[in-house]
Unconditional design. Structure first.
Length: 92
């Protein structure tokens, strides 16, 4: 994302504060909308990195919440475990 006001190019990485950064550098545009290529050499390039494990856990919980919010079948961990049990004794 390119911001002429800040003379910065933000290299976007999801799950590492990208929503906050996009909000902070408004207005911005993508390279396909640039009038020239001077931003490639003249602007400061920045990105934010995050611990990979923390990033994965955050993504897992975010996706899990979205799945729960859209679950029309009322699945629970217990009902899935019961349905996937290998023996009749496990399903009881």
């Amino acid at each position: 994302l390119i911001s002429d006001g800040f003379r910065v190019v933000y290299w976007l990485l999801s799950k590492s504060g990208s929503s906050t950064m996009r909000e902070g550098i408004k207005p911005f545009y993508g390279p396909e909308a640039a009038n020239n290529d001077r931003w490639r050499q003249e602007y400061t390039w920045v990105t934010v990195v995050r611990d990979p494990l923390e990033r994965s856990v955050s993504s897992f919980w975010e996706e899990g919440k979205a799945c729960k919010d859209n679950d029309f079948h009322n699945f629970t961990l217990a009902s899935v475990a019961k349905a996937t049990a290998k023996s009749a004794d496990d399903r009881a």
